[in-house]
Write a protein that binds this ligand. Structure first.
Ligand code: COI
Length: 399
């Protein structure tokens, strides 16, 4: 990762030296140094119907301290519990915080697997480099997360739609109010047994096309998973909720380009009424769009599995005006969001100015046809019914 930064002409030699020395001359993250302290009594799993997203946590957490002087300390797995920090810690004042979201699944053959953890680690390192927090060896953190899951494997829920949500987090812990780069950090990982992300369960959602606030902009950090990207979106989300919509559909610029949804990337399906050809479209990764792992999986599977005689799969700019016009022409076929937490979430309606754009669903169902297919393709891989390259990584045996 840091190699990529070195080739970026925006980084002078002096700046490069500061960023580089944090990783080169000090201890590397090393999973073999793990120390484990276990809870005295394991907790019992909750029934699936009592799981509220991100409200229940497992018995243990992973915690690793970093200092600029020494590098990464020995990783520790310990009972889940509060963190004590100085009130002047830079995380509280200047938002030195980033996180990831990935999931582990219980497969039919009694294994626990993680889905594409390498992609999350790659993105986590990019987020860390962007806010001057330390980077780390992805494989070492994947091994450590595997050990954490192994400790709490009895709490990984069973059944399609249920999984263990994994939340790696990194914060700057340098105390002092001067604004500068952190020389201390804490990387920790907590895990939470989960079902559907939305309170409405596995139902199609309503979005409010939002141009009264902006989530991300060119030259900003919209493609990084920083906590600071989320807090400013809550007020617009409440404004959307007040009008009866679950999430914002973020628009950008005078063109009103569609970018993404509150906690998901977004896809639309159009059908050209003259040629009959269908198009699956999502916004391009131009630095304002979160580089979603589910987004990438949807695009890969669609490009592999959809017949190119009937389909085009495009990453291109498109606007709310196009969606509105094509809906009027009967060319809007379906739409869905994709994300780790929300997986594949069908969309049924988009509020825009004075109209409510109705997104077609299959008769009597909560989803469009491609949305259903894509959700099934991904679930088959995640729940171990199908192997797709190295997308699933076994971390524990349940039996
Ligand atoms: C995810 O999908 O993992 C997210 O990070 C979305 C959200 C829960 C913040």
């Amino acid at each position: 990762m840091l190699k990529r930064l070195s080739s970026n002409s925006n980084f002078s030699k002096g700046l490069w030296k500061i960023l580089n020395q944090r990783n080169m001359s000090t201890s590397k993250l090393d999973a073999s140094k793990l120390q484990v302290t276990r809870v005295s009594q394991k907790s019992q799993p909750k029934p699936n119907d009592q799981l509220v997203f991100g409200k229940t946590f497992t018995d243990h957490m992973l915690s690793i301290e970093w200092t600029m002087e020494k590098g990464w300390d020995a990783p520790v797995i310990k009972p889940y519990g509060p963190i004590t920090l100085d009130p002047a810690s830079c995380v509280f004042h200047y938002a030195f915080e980033l996180f990831e979201g990935l999931k582990a699944y219980r497969t039919k053959d009694g294994k626990i697997t993680m889905f594409r953890p390498d992609k999350n680690m790659e993105r986590m390192n990019k987020s860390a480099a962007r806010i001057c927090l330390p980077t780390f060896d992805s494989d070492e953190l994947i091994k450590l997360i595997g050990k954490l899951i192994e400790e709490d494997k009895h709490l990984v829920p069973e059944g399609q739609g249920y999984s263990l949500y994994i939340r790696p987090t990194m914060i700057g812990t340098t105390d002092g109010l001067g604004v500068g780069y952190p020389d201390r950090a804490l990387l920790y990982v907590i895990t939470s047994p989960v079902g559907p992300y939305y309170k409405t369960g596995f139902k199609a959602v309503k979005l409010l096309a939002t141009d009264f606030a902006t989530r991300a902009w060119p030259g900003g950090v919209g493609d990084k998973k920083l906590g600071a990207n989320y807090a400013p979106c809550i007020l617009p989300q409440l404004q959307a909720a007040d009008k009866g919509y679950q999430q914002n559909l973020w628009l950008f610029g005078p063109e009103k380009n569609i970018t993404e949804v509150g906690t998901m990337n977004v896809f639309f399906v159009f059908k050209d009424s003259k040629t009959g050809k269908k198009e699956l479209v999502t916004a391009p990764l131009d630095g304002t769009i979160l580089e979603g792992v589910t987004r990438d999986s949807v695009l890969s599977l669609a490009r592999e599995r959809l017949d190119p005689k009937e389909w085009e799969v495009n990453e291109r700019y498109y606007t709310i005006y196009e969606v509105s016009e094509r809906s009027k022409k009967g060319e809007l076929v379906e739409a869905f969001g994709s994300g780790t937490a929300a997986v594949v979430s069908p969309i049924k309606e988009i509020g825009w100015q004075d109209e409510d754009i109705q997104v077609p669903l299959l008769p009597g169902e909560q989803s469009g046809e491609l949305t259903k297919d894509v959700a099934n393709w991904i679930a088959a891989i995640q729940y171990g019914k199908e192997v797709h390259g190295n997308w699933s990584r076994v971390v524990a045996d349940v039996n």
